[in-house]
Design a protein. Structure first.
Lengths: 716, 295
């Protein structure tokens, strides 16, 4: 079983080219989100801090190749093993002959913690729908088992993602090598998931651990590839022994759950649960047949038997396999694979993970896989290096998948409540960050162009600048104004910079959890935003950084408007953006234009400077100049920012948009409040009305707590 | 002698705010055993539950699961039952404990399933990491060829005499190591301790939850744990089957006890557990148990 590396051999001498491939892969992975789950994302809108531990990984561009014969042998061994494991699972939870015979000692099994009480005696329609297995090749070309992954197998999403990156990095080389494409696998997987259920047209969800879960990037990517909702515990609820997803329109039934959480974490009501994790009652629903889990509850026990060394004898007793993959003897020399090193090429051992899905009739093995590079001293079960390799199966014929009819879940109209919540806060943060950045840019560039303005007129302009900055950052930050205008300005800029960083982080952490609702291009933008955010370490960002941010925000807003399906999700997000804009515009106008103070503003003085800054910060200076050729006048400036319906940055425009959304989504409070605002806008009263709109949105859709809290123990 | 008891067990939670959802799992309904007959048993929830689910777990215990899906600021689960209890006054099995351990290690068939799960670590009884201390505790009573029932009897009085009952000490999740170090605890700690010591010898022991007669018969002492849920343990013997003993009260056999459920340890048979969904708020818990002799 020597693998053919022919397509790669020619490349190995060209180190510079491989390095450039790796750089390209780094960038593409970053854009997909692997890199931008930074570790310091701030507190989210619901108060949970994100501690995304998903470490960016790197794709080594030299693939591992499996020629057709090798792959076919491996695939049939993997499929056979998957079936054998199902037989073992069935016996362990049913007839228990393995326990009676002592092949699996009951004391060992029970002590493992993985033999779940509620699974004993259960009879799911299928135990294993999804299976992964880690393999390692010895130096003499024999493949061995490292471990089976049966509980919530990780890696299909990573593998598809790595492949999409490789396809962009080396399309020509892959075509000439005859690399078997992977895109049919999502169909096979969807079909296998659907076949868990007896429902005619089952609705499938990916049950994720949320942003804090180490493999969140993968869960999000996989759900997009499968075309199903990515949900968290808070999105789901059990009623009448069925599972439902909470949406803006109420509860919608779920038939199949691809769970990415392990057995102890899926239902807090189970014996020896992880406290509050999971969906209360999920196991009752599964037991009653109201929902099907892939994999079934209890499958984690296979992994425990693997660790305790009883798995091979259990397989041999229950479902002997012909051409078996055997565990690797201790002192086996393993094969080393070529790597692109930072200091030149080298070689390292690699664990290859393969994947399979079972639709009840047939096991389909992914014609490829994911290689994980082992660092010296690594346990092959848990590589630490964070370097992956694409696995190319060459010229393997792929069977077409019989597609099953699935419900047409329209992401435009079926919106989980948590998603709406995230979209709302994502857009508010985006709008807030954009306003801060634009104001800082306007002020910075004015002082950069004419440094004399800083000290002229008794430092009046820096004082005004500080007040304007505070108007868009309070109530979150902002200290007392300083007497000294320059010092006050410096303090306000530092505060605004921190607030800008916070808002970008908040925007990112919300955006990451709703990837399936955003344009695919969004990933690139978020990655770019993340890198600028990381560079905002100084107290005073320069004009170039701010311009770059503004371009990103404009692109984000453009994607939101041009590439998002118009439906409740879009409307809720847009509501957030409009409400934030209305509130910020009002504050800037009150601070910078002091409406009602009477004309004139004077020419070239601090007040007319403030008026110009305010117009520019509201992105309306150009519009003003097109209509009024004179010096800025207070009344005209206020009019264009407050009442001018045709100016998309005006308060009136925002209110009209809110009114339209309110009517479209049946939000009666919103309709009523915006109707009250149809007359001339009173800049004091409107603040309360805007706050009322915000709290009505939040209490109508987002305020119901959804995270379970455990009851105290009751024995005493 | 057969005694007939009426048992009322109330578990009441009061929340500092309205909860939108409440889910609870109750293991509070007495089971029939070789010595105990359940005449009637009823478990109710207030507020009236929107959902109720009953099942029997892998050990044969009766489980009731409730769901309340409307705003509520309290939850009361009440179990009312009538049971008849017999006692074997002099349980005995002369088999030396070493032989019993060998039988357990070699057990096959139904015996393997019935006994071996109780001979290893479980969530609250981590034998492996406390092995030395547990064996040391066992060594204070165990001698070569001692009968398996005498091993249990010895441990029962050692724990009763050497450990202090201290309701203020223990959380439900007190690790065995702390109980061993502080030499104090509550009933479930002492049960876990006895179970751990027996398992460290290769013997099989299970955790039993239940109640004690509230008012003692004339001339007898009121027992510890009589006003709440109680816990004790049971050792497996090849000749006499499972033999219950109560290390908190130093009793073997148990006489005034009503059995609700058993499992490997507390985790398997928590009387009431669950989750609520709602604002962050205080939880006040009041548990009352009344076990009265009737007819």
């Amino acid at each position: 079983m020597v693998m053919s590396n022919t397509p790669i051999d020619a490349l190995l001498g060209d180190h510079d080219r491989l390095l450039s491939w790796r750089e390209r892969a780094d960038r593409l992975l970053e854009a997909e989100g692997a890199g931008h789950l930074v570790h310091d994302l701030p507190v989210r809108s619901d108060g949970r801090a994100t501690s995304a531990a998903s470490r960016p990984w790197r794709l080594d561009p030299i693939p591992i190749t499996l020629d057709r014969a090798v792959h076919e042998w491996l695939a049939s061994a993997v499929a056979e093993r998957m079936r054998a494991l199902s037989v073992v699972l069935d016996d362990l939870h049913g007839a228990r002959t393995l326990l009676r015979s002592g092949v699996v000692p009951a004391d060992v099994l029970f002590a493992s913690g993985a033999y779940r009480s509620e699974a004993v005696g259960s009879a799911p329609r299928r135990w294993l729908t999804v299976y992964a297995v880690d393999l390692i090749e010895s130096a003499d070309g024999v493949w061995h088992i490292v471990q089976d992954l049966t509980d919530a197998p990780v890696g299909i999403g990573y593998t598809l993602l790595d492949r999409s990156v490789m396809t962009r990095v080396a399309p020509t080389e892959m075509a000439s090598a005859g690399v078997t494409p992977l895109h049919g696998f999502a169909d096979a997987m969807r079909s296998a998931l659907a076949s868990c259920s007896t429902a005619e047209s089952p609705r499938i969800v990916v049950f994720s651990g949320g942003l804090d879960h180490p493999s969140y990037v993968e869960q999000a990517y996989l759900s997009v590839q499968l075309g199903v909702n990515l949900v968290e515990g808070a999105d789901l609820v059990v009623r009448q022994r069925r599972l439902w997803i909470r949406t803006l329109d109420g509860l919608e039934p779920v038939d199949v759950v691809l769970r990415r959480l392990e057995d102890p974490g899926i239902d807090p009501l189970q014996v020896d649960s992880y406290g509050a994790a999971g969906v209360p009652g999920l196991l009752s629903a599964a037991r009653a047949g109201g929902v099907d889990l892939a994999n079934a509850f209890g499958c984690g026990v296979i992994e425990a038997l693997g660790r305790s060394g009883h798995l091979e004898s259990a397989i041999a007793a229950m479902a002997p396999i012909g051409a078996a993959l055997a565990p690797m003897p201790a002192d086996t020399k393993v094969r080393l694979f070529p790597m692109v090193g930072d200091d030149g090429p080298h070689e390292a051992p690699v664990v290859v993970r393969m994947f399979a899905v079972d639709d009840g009739e047939r096991v389909t093995v992914l014609p490829g896989g994911s290689g994980r590079v082992l660092a010296p001293g690594d346990d092959p079960r848990e590589p630490t290096a964070g370097v992956a390799k694409d696995v190319w199966a060459l010229r393997v014929p792929v069977r077409p998948v019989q597609r099953r009819s699935l419900p047409q879940v329209d992401f435009g109209s079926s919106v989980p409540t948590r998603v709406a919540d995230s979209l709302y806060w994502m857009n508010r943060s985006a709008e807030r960050a954009e306003a801060i950045a634009r104001l800082m840019r306007t002020i910075t560039s004015s002082f950069d162009q004419d440094p004399g303005l800083l000290e002229a007129d008794g430092e009046r302009r820096p004082s005004i600048a500080a007040a304007l900055l505070r108007s868009v950052t309070t109530p979150f930050v902002g200290g007392e104004p300083e007497h000294d205008g320059l010092a006050d300005h410096a303090a306000a800029v530092a505060d605004a910079t921190r607030e800008l960083t916070r808002q970008i982080g908040s925007l990112m952490s919300e955006a990451i959890t709703v990837r399936e609702y955003l344009s695919a291009t969004g990933g690139r933008l978020l990655a770019h935003l993340a890198s600028i955010r990381a560079s905002l370490t100084h107290d005073r960002p320069d004009v170039e950084q701010l311009d770059s941010l503004l371009a990103d925000f404009a692109a984000l807003a453009g994607l939101w408007n041009e590439s998002t399906v118009r439906g409740p999700a879009w409307r809720i997000g847009d509501l957030g953006r409009r409400l934030e804009r209305a509130a910020l515009t009002r504050r800037l106008v009150v601070t910078g234009l002091t409406p009602g103070a009477g004309e004139p503003l004077g020419v070239g003085g601090p007040e007319s400077w403030a008026a110009e800054i305010t117009l520019a910060a509201c992105e309306s200076l150009v519009a003003y100049r097109r209509r009024h050729r004179s010096e800025v006048e207070r009344r005209a400036a206020v009019a264009i920012l407050i009442e001018d319906e045709s100016n998309p940055r005006s308060l009136r425009h925002a209110i009209t948009a809110v009114q339209r959304h309110a009517a479209a989504i049946g939000w009666t409070d919103g309709v009523a409040i915006t109707e009250r605002l149809s007359g001339a806008i009173d800049l004091t009263g409107v603040a309360d009305e805007l706050a009322a709109l915000d709290s009505s949105v939040v209490s109508r859709w987002f305020s119901a707590p959804t995270h379970p809290v455990p009851l105290f123990g009751a024995l005493r | 002698m057969t005694r007939r008891y009426r048992v009322v067990h109330r578990t009441e939670y009061r929340y500092g705010a309205m909860m939108t959802d409440g889910y609870s799992v109750a293991v509070v309904s007495p089971r029939s055993t070789g010595l105990q007959t359940v005449v009637s048993a009823d478990v109710t929830s207030d507020p009236e539950p929107d959902e109720r689910d009953e099942r029997v777990d892998q050990w044969g215990n009766h489980i009731v699961q409730f769901g309340v899906h409307r705003p509520h600021d309290h939850s009361t689960i009440e179990s009312v039952s009538v049971v008849e209890v017999d006692t074997v006054m002099h349980p005995d099995d002369p088999t030396p404990w070493e032989d019993v351990a060998a039988i357990i290690a070699a057990a096959q068939g139904d015996q393997a399933i019935g006994v071996r799960p109780f001979a290893s670590s479980s969530p609250f009884v981590d034998v492996g990491s406390n092995l030395t201390a547990l064996r040391a505790l066992a060594a204070t009573v165990v001698t070569a060829d001692m009968s398996v029932v005498d091993v249990a009897r010895g441990l029962c009085s050692t724990i009763f005499e050497g450990f202090e009952f201290d309701p203020g000490f223990s959380e439900v999740s007190t690790p065995l190591a702390d109980v061993l170090a502080e030499r104090r605890g509550v009933c479930q700690d002492f049960a876990h301790l006895a179970i751990g010591a027996l398992r460290s010898l290769g013997l099989a022991a299970r955790y039993v939850s239940g109640y004690i007669e509230t008012d003692p018969p004339p001339g007898e002492e009121r027992l510890i744990g009589a006003d709440a849920s109680h816990a004790w343990c049971s050792i497996w013997t090849p000749g006499a089957g499972w033999v219950d003993f109560d290390p908190t009260n130093g009793h073997l056999p148990v006489e005034r006890h009503v059995t609700v459920a058993w499992g490997r340890d507390y985790a398997d048979v928590v009387p009431v557990r669950g989750v609520v969904i709602g604002p962050n708020a205080d939880q006040d818990l009041v548990v009352s148990v009344d076990v009265a002799r009737v007819g």
